[in-house]
Design a protein around this ligand. Structure first.
Ligand code: NAP
Length: 322
């Protein structure tokens, strides 16, 4: 038992990449005294037990939330309403109910109606992740120096918001608060559209007739492979994101298409000045991300580069007569 625990009992509904990382980080930081987790399938629940990142694994969501002080729902956003309906009547008075969904407007719409009076509903979104999913994919450091956005509904008890903020800070995150609508607009451009573009470009390359699949794979270091990491993200999660943040994504997609048309025109007209000015601006954005510590300054994302073959190091120059 640790004296620094903020939360007596933490219940995690969903124990994949995000739920599993919360459990690992909460345990490592001492943010929660007891961690109870559950997942939808018996296979995942068994795996959570084997991995041992929760104190207890329950078969049902209802058992998991019993007496919990903080309940975090970490499942695809399309399933949040049904789960809220199921657990709502079993939440303890004074408990905080939160989530981690990548869309916030639809989560508020779908979950809020099932939150009983006396329970503090504070939706959240940790802006951190990888392309992997499932209980094995989580790790305790996932949230360190990443942002977690809280979107409390009007009238939420400020003390409960402070508790949730302190919880995420214990996990290493920086916390910001905004409305669900603003969150969905911001994330549409910073996360949802980049995923849509990656899904598109990887699909397009796959369908090209003139370039073989082996050529796409072989020469992917030219830029393509960086899109493939994003395009390998979980299909269920991302299907739900696009279905549930439709308006904001379509709005950003409209702006994107206009900008793409501008660049297309510059290429067609041979307008090097316009291309150079645009690329200079975007390079500054990348540098800005590195400056605020949201990515490494290491070139090529810090990928290791294999050593030169020894024969070539030993004989760097061709010698006459070779
Ligand atoms: P994940 O690794 O696939 O884990 C999903 C969890 O939800 C699993 O425990 C799964 O159980 C359970 N689940 C799936 N469908 C369900 C349903 N219909 N009802 C109840 N439980 C269900 O996914 P994740 O990456 O942790 O994503 C979870 C949430 O975090 C999503 O809302 C996503 O938008 C958000 N998020 C993801 C990222 C990211 O980069 N991945 C980043 C920030 C936020 P089984 O294993 O038994 O199927």
């Amino acid at each position: 038992m640790t004296t620094t625990a903020l939360i007596n009992k933490l219940a995690l509904i969903g124990a994949g990449l995000i739920g599993g990382s919360i459990a690992r980080a909460a345990r490592a930081s001492g943010a929660a005294r007891t961690i109870v987790a559950t997942a939808r399938s018996p296979q995942s629940r068994r795996r959570v037990m084997e991995l041992g990142f929760a104190d207890r694994v329950t078969d049902t969501n209802i058992e998991a939330v019993k007496d919990a002080d903080l309940v975090i729902v970490s499942i695809p956003v399309g399933a949040s309403g049904a789960v809220a309906k199921e657990i709502g009547p079993h939440l303890k008075t004074g408990a905080i109910l939160s989530d981690v969904g990548s869309v916030k407007g639809s989560v508020v719409r779908d979950m809020a109606p099932f939150v009983p009076p006396g329970v503090h509903f504070i939706p959240a979104h940790p802006v951190a992740g990888t392309e992997n999913s499932g209980p094995d994919s989580g790790f305790a450091e996932l949230f360190v120096n990443r942002w977690c956005i809280l979107t409390p509904v009007p009238g939420t008890d400020p003390a409960a918001v402070e508790t949730l903020k302190a919880f995420w800070e214990k996990l290493g995150a920086n916390v910001e608060t905004m409305t669900p609508e603003h969150h969905d607009l911001v994330l549409a451009i910073t996360s949802h559209l980049p995923h849509l573009i990656a899904y598109t470009i990887v699909g397009t390359a796959d369908e090209l007739g003139e370039v073989t699949e082996s050529e796409v794979l072989k020469f992917s270091a030219g830029g393509f492979r960086d899109f493939t990491r994003i395009a390998a993200s979980d299909p269920t999660m991302w299907r739900d994101v696009f279905l549930h943040n439709k308006e904001a994504v379509l709005e950003m997609l409209g702006t994107f298409n206009e900008d793409l048309a501008k660049l297309t025109r510059a290429i067609r007209r041979g307008d090097g000045e316009a291309l150079f000015a645009h690329f200079t601006r975007t390079r500054a954005i990348r540098r800005g991300i590195v400056t605020i510590g949201q990515d490494s300054a290491a070139p090529d994302f810090g990928r290791p580069h294999p050593a030169l073959p020894t024969a070539r190091i030993a004989r760097p120059y061709a010698v006459d007569g070779d």
